[in-house]
Design a binder for this molecule. Structure first.
Ligand code: SF4
Length: 128
């Protein structure tokens, strides 16, 4: 069977799974099928496929907190969130104010953007 014509590299992805940092090339043929080259292990291929088809990020930011020793509390997502949902999540956090006291790891916003990801406190925060 004849192979489809390759239209070239459409993206390069640096694998960050281990310190080797392989550079993975994503190619696309004329039928739109993607192939991955340059990874040296299965974990790298899985990382590149995730990053190409459905990139996710751990989000870190701050949230307003009332009655606390500081006006803002550092927070993060408990697991990576779809990159395309980050702006929506930042907006929800910007429109939310919580109350002190808070313990590190407390869930402050559950299931943000309906992605089964929680926003948690990155540190303790005492009352004023
Ligand atoms: S492809 Fe494998 S060896 Fe290369 S950086 Fe990723 S995890 Fe490390």
């Amino acid at each position: 069977m004849k192979e489809c014509e390759d239209t070239g590299i459409i993206k390069t992805i640096r694998c960050i799974v281990c310190p080797t940092g392989c550079l993975i090339e994503v190619r696309e043929d004329i039928e739109g099928k993607n192939t991955f080259q340059g990874y040296t292990c299965k974990r790298g291929l899985e990382y590149a496929q995730q990053e190409f088809f459905e990139p996710k990020r751990i989000m870190t930011t701050t949230i307003k907190i009332d009655n606390a020793i500081h006006p803002l509390l550092p927070v993060r997502s408990n697991k990576p969130l779809l990159k395309e949902k980050l702006n929506e999540a930042f907006q929800i956090i910007a429109n939310t104010t919580i109350k002190a006291p808070v313990k590190m790891g407390d869930i402050l916003i559950k299931n943000i953007t309906n992605e089964d990801v929680n926003i948690i406190a990155s540190r303790d925060m005492e009352k004023k």
